[in-house]
Design a protein around this ligand. Structure first.
Ligand code: NAD
Length: 249
């Protein structure tokens, strides 16, 4: 427990913590991550690149078909101890923001105010027209997909509708990246929770934090490329570790 006690002490000493979460925080809610050996989604299914989605109607419909089947796990999931611990740190004022790579909406569902959650890779619980940005609710698109076998173009402008997530090859959301950098520049402790830290530019943020003098803690079952620059690395399970350091059962 020495490492956990050290983590708890680092949290105690810090004034402005930034929490940076990846798919690993949601595996305890039953949502598979991408890269865990054996269970990660990518051991089973190839991701759809943004350009392929734009280029092909068939690829778009394949993506909707996946959304309305495999990703059901996201709709049925509820926040776990890891999310709860993050919410505690935000609520107490110890942490200023959660920067997340996740698209599952579980930080919001755990009670963290929307303005303290920065979603770098968007959100899969709704969709948007890529042209006019009109918002579409998933339940409506799903009914349409079930009835017609497809999701039609935007009713307002004829543009392509896509889940509001950032795909590989798609530009990062400018405002979210700006906010993520701003909170990182202001923090004195940057805590990575459940990310393999191989997706860029998101994985640049812990490095930025270090560059401006913040401490860096990484909580991840497996090693990451940034372990060597971290002040503390916990190769542990997220739920029990985070519960311990914030003092929840
Ligand atoms: P990743 O799959 O690359 O890495 C997840 C890491 O978490 C792995 O290194 C794994 O060892 C670790 N991990 C998993 N469960 C853990 C647990 N219970 N305790 C401790 N460690 C655990 O995920 P990433 O770094 O977030 O990057 C993948 C991309 O996948 C992200 O951009 C994200 O948008 C997307 N994604 C999101 C979800 C989601 O929203 N829940 C799910 C899958 C993928």
């Amino acid at each position: 427990m020495e490492d956990l006690d050290r983590f708890a002490q680092m949290l105690e000493d810090a004034q402005r913590v930034v929490l940076f979460t990846g798919a690993g925080i949601s595996t305890e809610s039953g949502i598979p991550d991408f890269r865990s050996p054996g269970t990660g989604l990518w051991t089973k299914i190839k991701p759809i690149e943004f350009q392929d989605f734009l280029d092909s109607e068939d690829v778009r419909q394949e993506s909707w078909s996946r959304r309305f089947s495999a990703e059901r796990t996201i709709e049925n999931a509820v926040p776990n101890k890891g999310h709860e611990a993050c919410a505690r740190l935000i609520e107490s004022g110890k942490a200023t923001a959660v920067i997340t790579q996740n698209i599952d909406n579980l930080h919001l569902e755990s009670g963290i105010p929307a303005d303290q959650i920065i979603e770098l890779h968007g959100n899969s619980t709704y969709a948007k027209c890529l042209q006019c940005e009109m918002r579409y609710e998933m339940a409506d698109l799903e009914s349409q997909f079930e009835a017609t076998g497809r999701v039609a173009p935007c009713s307002a402008c004829g543009g392509i509708i896509k889940s509001a997530t950032i795909s590989f090859g798609q530009a990062m959301p400018v405002e979210e990246v700006r906010r993520a950098e701003a909170v990182t520049l202001e923090c004195d402790l940057f805590v990575v929770i459940g990310s393999s830290l191989v997706v860029f530019p998101a994985a640049d943020l812990p490095v930025l934090g270090k560059q401006v003098g913040a401490g860096l803690v990484i909580v991840n079952r497996e090693p990451t490329p940034l372990d060597e620059i971290a002040d503390l690395v916990l190769h542990r399970e997220i739920g029990p570790s985070m519960s311990y350091v914030v003092g929840i059962n």
